[in-house]
Design a protein around this ligand. Structure first.
Ligand code: ZN
Length: 383
């Protein structure tokens, strides 16, 4: 006989005790397979059909698609299995040991967002003996905090498909139907160094970069005139010049210069459209300054996300939570699930204020309302 399914807190305890940091910094990056194996085991025990999807080109990383019931339509409850890195010395308790204190559960990933899974499982438990008209899918992804390789692999595979998807990121149980996208880009300019006393001896990469920055800032101004959405705390698209390196001494013509910047587009703007617009503006500078200009994407980017206010899922979650759907400033996997054709919102327990911080916690009073909310959503979409 299989072991009985652990209770909610035991499940959360095991997920927190399985480190699954994902990071673009290689030395910090860890596998998420232990978390996937736990979820796999528990969901299989409940009678879900499970599939572990290994991520091509990312050893030790996998998604889990667990499905209860069959047929088209249905509901996806989605979460990511990875966490950001942490600074254990700044924590009051071990980040990898679930600790209850002051009616809160402390641990790395409690709110962002391993804590969502035991609550989704608890909600699903009630439906395992019922005949579902449309399937319930619990989706666990890899690498949300770094490359989003898990979500990208899902889009590539064209799965899962359902009518609706809820991404259980910490939103204090308020529905979110919009967020900005994120681009992080670099510009590398290669000129020619020479003695500073005679400019004709070289090609100054820093002067070319100065012109490139001028182009970026002008583009920013134009975009901010063209696009505005008052639902966002910062209502316009932003472009931040983040770091710059170039040259080596005052009396040498600067031979090379490198800039990194980020861009946060509003819904309605596309990542490719922005990259093309930037490329076109930089192109003439090569000839004008006699330099080579290369652009690169520091990561593939996250598209902006928007689900219409009138959508069935937005309306339903507004009714169930008593909150109007809003916009947030952080990026999620929602645009990838949206790209698969699902009506998608971000809605989950815990606060983003506690995410990515020492002493991350999930308040105990979030548990019951979350389970009840998820049960109502499952009943609406699957029964
Ligand atoms: Zn998250």
């Amino acid at each position: 006989m299989p072991a009985p399914l652990p209770d909610t807190l035991t499940m959360l305890h095991r997920l927190i005790a399985a480190p699954s940091i994902s990071s673009a910094t290689r030395s910090l990056d860890q596998s998420n397979l232990t978390v996937i194996e736990h979820l796999h085991e528990w969901l299989e025990q409940l009678g879900f059909q499970t599939e572990v999807m290994h991520i091509p080109g990312h050893a030790g990383k996998a998604n889990l698609i667990a499905t209860l019931g069959t047929g088209p339509g249905g509901l996806v409850l989605a979460g990511h299995t990875d966490t950001v890195p942490c600074d254990p010395e700044l924590w009051r308790s071990d980040p990898f040991f679930l600790t209850e204190r002051d009616n809160r559960l402390y641990g790395l990933g409690t709110c962002d967002m391993k804590g969502f899974f035991p609550l989704a499982i608890e909600a699903a438990r009630q439906f395992v003996d019922q005949k579902l008209k449309q399937p319930l899918i619990i989706l666990a992804t890899a690498d949300e905090e770094s490359s989003m390789s898990g979500a990208r692999a899902l889009v590539e595979a064209g799965r899962p498909l359902a009518r609706a998807a809820v991404v259980g990121e910490p939103t204090s149980l308020k529905p979110i139907r919009m967020h900005k996208g994120i681009l992080m880009e670099g510009i590398r300019i290669q000129g020619r160094s020479g003695h500073s006393s005679d400019p004709s001896l070289g090609a100054n990469a820093m002067e070319a970069m100065h012109a490139a920055i001028g182009q970026l800032l002008q583009l920013r101004q134009e975009l901010q005139q063209q696009y505005r959405n008052e639902q966002f705390a910062v209502s316009v698209p932003t472009l931040n010049l983040g770091c710059i390196h170039g040259g080596d001494s005052a009396n040498r013509i600067c031979g090379s210069c490198e800039l990194q910047y980020d861009l946060r587009p509003l819904p309605g703007m596309t990542l490719d459209g922005l990259r093309n617009a930037i490329g076109e503006r930089l192109r003439p500078l090569s000839d004008r300054f006699g330099v080579q200009i290369e652009t690169e994407s520091l990561f593939p980017g996250i598209p902006p996300f928007e689900t219409p206010a009138q959508s069935e899922l937005v309306r339903l979650s507004e009714k169930l939570t008593g909150h109007r759907a809003e916009a947030v400033a952080f990026g999620t996997e929602a645009p990838f699930l949206d790209a698969l054709g699902m009506d998608t919102i971000v809605l989950g327990p815990g606060s983003i204020n506690q995410a990515h911080q020492p002493d991350e916690f999930l308040a105990l009073d979030q548990i019951k309302p979350t389970v009840e909310l998820l049960r109502s959503l499952i009943a609406h979409y699957c029964l």
